[in-house]
Design a protein around this ligand. Structure first.
Ligand SMILES: Cc1cc2nc3c(=O)[nH]c(=O)nc-3n(C[C@H](O)[C@H](O)[C@H](O)COP(=O)(O)O)c2cc1C
Ligand code: SF4
Ligand code: FES
Length: 622
């Protein structure tokens, strides 16, 4: 039995949660149907479970089967959480064929056995002992296999065989594992517990309570003061103090104002915002409504990239429900609209995003004026990131001081990270600011699996901040994750993507990968970024082809600094960061690449000749 992870219960007071509400029935199976688990067949899985319930023993009638957002350990998806005696417990459905989505492969008898076990098991252990193989469709059982084994709990007799099917695995996750135990859900508090398509469940847990409180009991000044005191800083990348930004918008001359939620999330390796949208959209809507109240805006927009179809679907439904309930929309003082962006990375930059909302080409413009002074149609406009806004209801509910007590002196609250790359446990992690990289990557994530060129656990670096950030080498893993510490190392918090790099990865290759991303995504408006990123990529290509002289590294650095200093927007200003940080922490690898006589051949077979941190290079490029 594999034992990795479980999920803490929501820690906020239950609020309006009533006994017997749809959130906490006697027994339920919470099926993660967020994007990660969908890739593992979560959609067909929940369908199969519901169909199985319809034809199963009446004992299964009391079981609630519901769709929820991310349960955190995305790499093991599809995940199912079980609530019942001795629960909650968390299970991963896997398949013996790595190319098959297990959720899509489950047979009707297996689904029925699972539903009956979930409905009748006296405790998690019994459910964990469920042998799905005993109910595997017989057509694909190896020759000479015994006929179906002992009946799963609650199933009176073996079902008739049916054609098709693959081997399924059924593992209980250990909820006491640090991956789960060290999480402090605040933004993700209800994610994984509530059905994101049910406003009733959100209301039952107190969502929109603070929005109501704002309108009945609080002044905009009081709300802004609370956000100030909380120390909340923008989670979109720059870490700008949220209260200060809200004041700037609120204190502009009288006239219309707008609020905008930036849900563009284009950083490679980042999926935190998507998880909020997919798992608890009403929390975000409440945060945006509170922000609008605090700055005096009566209309606003949510800007989501088109590559997030499920997030768009759920957000659209949530908006409709909030309108139908009279929580948002006509008569409530706030009209919100959803806008779908085509997916250009630069459209996450605030001025480009505003252009895009206005129906113009999504290109940045110089600041000042800042959007807070002159944004949509020239009116003061507040732009905040999804996670920033999703933290606001908790600040109002639990108090600014409660929030400010979490984290470090300068970085308050929690931060959601999407942990990916060469790491054993890939998924969503919400931890207090100031948690060390080592805790997240090694203690929670489990380090690098052997398959990534290391005997196991050997982290070479951690990439934070996406194409605007940089790589932090393994010997600095004790760095606390806060805005200033990461910046001091030449990286950035960014929006929360955390990509683990194993020993097998060559840092010049990684730097080139990010530069290529910036070349592709540069909007072309200003010369330093349009041409400079291309030249940087060409220099890196020369280096990787073994054509560069060591002196060219200075040229590389100089060009990096020029592009940083002269580009118009954050994309160009930060595009050289991955190269500069790689040069700073892994210079020996760049020098070694200069010296290699036939590096393309060397990449495929040989380790670089020198440098303690150097491992064999992948033959990743042709
Ligand atoms: C190239 C580029 C892409 C960006 N992408 C995003 C994004 O996807 N989401 C986001 O919230 N902020 C993004 N930002 C930052 C925004 O410009 C802006 O600072 C942020 O939305 C403000 O919200 P916050 O104060 O809550 O962080 C991006 C910035 C740049 C330069
Ligand atoms: S820095 Fe790059 S992305 Fe930004 S305006 Fe200039 S060309 Fe466009
Ligand atoms: S998407 Fe299902 S656990 Fe993250």
């Amino acid at each position: 039995m594999a034992t990795v992870g479980a999920l803490p219960r929501p820690r906020e007071p239950a609020g309006e949660l009533a006994q017997g509400s749809p959130v906490t029935p006697g027994r339920q199976l919470r099926c993660c149907t967020a994007s990660g688990c969908r890739a593992g067949g979560a959609g067909p899985l929940i369908e199969a479970l519901r169909q199985a319930q319809a034809v199963a023993d009446p004992a299964a009638n009391g079981l609630v089967i519901k769709s929820v957002g991310c349960l955190r350990l995305c790499s093991r998806g599809p995940l199912l959480a079980w609530d019942g005696p001795g629960g909650p417990a968390l299970f991963a459905l896997g398949s013996t064929d790595p190319g098959t989505a297990p959720g899509a492969a489950i047979g009707p008898e297996q689904a029925r056995a699972l539903v009956l076990a979930a409905a009748t098991a006296p405790g998690p252990d019994t459910l964990a002992a469920l042998d799905l193989e005993a109910w595997r469709p017989q057509a694909l059982l190896p020759e000479g296999s015994p006929s179906p084994g002992p009946s799963p709990v609650g199933v009176a007799s073996a079902p008739p065989p049916s054609p098709g099917g693959i081997g399924l695995t059924w593992d209980q996750m250990d909820l006491d594992h640090p991956f789960f135990a060290l999480q402090q859900p605040l933004v993700l508090l209800h994610c994984g517990w509530i059905d994101p398509d049910s406003i009733e469940e959100a209301l039952a847990l107190g969502t929109y309570g603070q929005w109501r409180r704002c309108r009945s009991d609080l002044s905009p000044e009081a709300v802004r003061a609370m956000v100030h005191r909380s120390g909340l800083r923008g989670r979109g990348g720059a870490g700008y103090p949220t209260g200060l930004k809200w004041d700037t918008v609120a204190l502009q001359p009288p006239g219309p104002r707008f609020v905008v939620c930036n849900a563009d999330e284009g950083d490679p390796g980042a999926f935190m915002d998507r998880s909020v949208l997919e798992g608890d959209p009403h929390r975000l809507l409440e945060g945006l409504a509170i922000a609008a109240f605090a700055v005096g805006a009566e209309s606003g927009f949510l800007y989501v990239r088109a590559e997030y179809p499920l997030a768009i679907e759920r957000l659209r439904r949530a908006l409709k429900q909030a309108h139908q309930k009279g929580i948002l929309g006509p008569g409530t003082g706030l009209e919100l609209e959803l806008r779908v962006g085509a997916g250009a990375y630069v459209c996450g930059e605030e001025t480009a995003l505003l252009q895009s909302i206005q129906g113009q080409r999504g290109q940045p413009r110089p600041r000042p004026p800042y959007p807070a002074q002159s944004g949509l149609w020239g009116a003061p406009t507040l732009i905040n990131n999804v996670e920033t806004l999703a933290a606001v209801p908790a600040i109002l509910r639990r108090g600014a001081e409660w929030f400010a007590a979490i984290g470090t002196d300068t970085s308050k609250g929690t931060k959601v990270f999407s942990l990916s790359g060469a790491v054993r446990r890939t998924g969503l992690v919400e931890v207090p600011m100031g948690t060390s990289l080592r805790t997240v990557v090694e203690t929670m994530g489990g380090g690098v699996p052997a398959a990534h060129g290391s005997p196991g656990g050997g982290v070479k670096a951690v990439q934070t901040g996406g194409p605007s950030g940089g790589c932090i080498p393994a010997h600095l893993l004790d760095t606390p994750v806060d805005y200033e510490s990461l910046q001091a190392l030449g990286s950035a918090m960014g929006s929360g993507g955390m990509v683990v790099v194993g020993e097998a990865m060559a840092m010049p290759e990684l730097a080139r990968h990010f530069m290529h991303f910036s070349v592709e995504e540069s909007c072309g408006k200003c010369l330093p970024c349009r041409a400079g990123t291309v030249q940087l990529e060409q220099l890196l290509d020369r280096l990787l082809a073994g054509l560069a002289e060591p002196g060219e590294l200075d040229q590389l650095e100089q060009l990096c600094r020029m592009v940083k200093a002269t580009s118009l927007c954050g994309l160009g200003q930060a595009a050289p960061n991955p190269v500069l940080s790689a040069l700073r922490h892994f210079r020996a690898e760049f020098l070694a690449a200069c010296r290699a006589e036939s590096p393309r051949a060397a990449f495929a077979r040989e380790p670089f000749p020198a440098g303690p941190a150097l491992g064999p290079l992948p033959g990743g490029r042709p």
